[in-house]
Design a protein around this ligand. Structure first.
Ligand SMILES: [Zn+2]
Length: 153
């Protein structure tokens, strides 16, 4: 087993997020709404050395398979992350995180007067205008948004 593997051990079933930007693992867990309250094992290794990106964080979430809609929001926090889906100790799916064309119902528009923040039942929609660096825009009020301005719905 590699040194990296020893740090957090292998998991039987679940999701491993690898090549997460160093120091962001806790933000990643929060973005995924993983609190550890469901009793499943969540292992976090921060600032481990990586051949690919120098230093990285690794997050292992047992018994939970993260869907692309969930992991794609990590594109704003950990754009180089790789998502490994594990079944019976084997990687059955490997994908990178991708900025989608738009985030529907995931982030709130930070503009307090935006109609998507009014009482009307409007699902927020944040369009991705540009990927590198990310440039975002609210579909409703057209405000240009920085990734760090976005809050979860
Ligand atoms: Zn808006």
């Amino acid at each position: 087993m590699s040194e990296e593997g020893l740090l957090v051990g292998r998991i039987r079933n679940g999701t491993v997020l690898d090549h997460v930007e160093p120091g962001t693992a806790l933000v990643v867990l929060s973005a995924l709404n993983i609190k550890g309250t469901d009793g499943n094992i969540v292992s976090v290794a921060m600032n481990v050395s990586s051949k690919k990106i120098g230093k990285k964080d690794v997050v292992k979430i047992e018994n939970r398979v993260l869907k692309p809609e969930e992991t794609n929001k990590l594109a704003l926090i950990a754009p180089r992350a790789t998502v490994n889906i594990i079944r019976e100790y084997k990687i059955v799916e490997k994908r990178s995180v991708q900025l989608p064309e738009s985030f529907v119902g995931i982030f709130k528009c930070p503009n307090p007067t935006c109609i998507s923040n009014a009482r009307e039942p409007i699902t927020s929609e944040i369009k991705v205008l540009k990927k590198e660096p990310p440039m975002l825009q609210c579909k409703y009020c057209a405000r240009i948004l920085q990734p760090e301005e976005l809050a979860e719905v």
